[in-house]
Design a protein around this ligand. Structure first.
Ligand code: ZN
Length: 281
């Protein structure tokens, strides 16, 4: 039962009484770098379950300082057309095989940062994001959740023109700096009543654009892990953006894209809310 945050570059346990600095409270057993914790995840969880605040005590946390709980994963997977309603709204056929792309890891940012909009048509996609707990290769669906460190809220920001260029290679159009906001916390699956059925939603300037449940996925989280790990060994701290439900901007009549000043808010039940503001240079 753990919630982990990355507060201005320091790993912090999120408790009811406040934040607990991981490096200080563990007397240096664990480093301040949140990404390094996934390499020793079981050991970290065992420590976290009985962690005391230590000399610095509990402290108040400010959302604006929260960075990604997995700030520099080695691999970041994205899944296309993974919600029934989203596949339908795009007019594309229901996928029989997994549609996989990468978001290059330098696109990862916190859930409260400003995102510099590049030229083009930038769109929102709220997604459940999975962070892996250990090296995972050829793991079956039934045991897949045991390989997950936790889940968090993500935005798979996408520039649609580049995404469709060059035969629809997707990855570049989804990888501008700031195109992978994640946060506010990493939540271990046992904290959630049903990790396979969570309400998720996205609003732009307060107007709800997307609202669905993760149980509407075509390929569930365990199934995604089985399919991905059948080919690629997933590494500790790797990140999977699990796909987005209906309500993205480019399928609207007329199409709607993000402009400087827009505030995108993404929420998932049991995890929390992130809020990123779009800016111009
Ligand atoms: Zn997506």
């Amino acid at each position: 039962m753990t919630r982990l945050a990355n507060l201005a570059g320091r790993a912090v346990l999120v408790t009811r009484q406040g934040g607990v600095d991981v490096e200080i409270a563990s007397d240096g057993l664990f480093a301040a770098d949140a990404q390094s914790l996934y390499d020793r995840w079981d050991e970290f969880l065992a420590w976290a379950s009985s962690a005391e605040p230590g000399v610095t005590g509990y402290f108040e946390m400010h959302a604006g300082e929260l960075l990604s709980p997995a700030p520099y994963p080695r691999q970041v997977f994205g899944i296309g057309l993974n919600y029934k309603d989203h596949a339908a709204e795009t007019g594309m056929p229901f996928p029989e095989r997994l549609a996989v792309f990468t978001k290059f890891p330098t696109c990862i940012t916190g859930g409260f940062t400003e995102v510099l909009l590049p030229e083009g048509h930038v769109d929102w996609e709220v997604e459940l994001v999975v962070v892996m707990a250990r090296r995972t290769h050829q793991v079956a669906e039934w045991e897949a959740w045991r390989h997950v460190a936790g889940v968090t809220v993500g935005l798979d920001l996408s520039e649609r023109i580049l995404q469709r260029a060059a035969g629809g290679q997707f990855s570049l159009g989804k990888s501008y700096p700031g195109f992978g906001p994640m946060g506010p916390h990493l939540v271990t699956p046992d904290e959630l009543t049903d990790a396979d059925d969570l309400a998720l939603s996205c609003s732009v300037n307060g107007v709800v654009m997307q609202s669905s449940r993760t149980s509407e996925m075509v390929f569930s989280v365990p199934r995604l892990i089985e399919e991905l790990s059948a080919v690629v060994p997933l590494l500790p701290g790797d990140v999977i953006f699990t796909g987005t439900p209906a309500g993205v901007g480019w399928v609207r009549e007329p199409p709607q894209f993000l402009v400087p000043g827009d505030v995108v808010e993404a929420t998932i039940e049991g995890i929390g809310t992130i809020r990123n503001r779009m800016i111009t240079s």
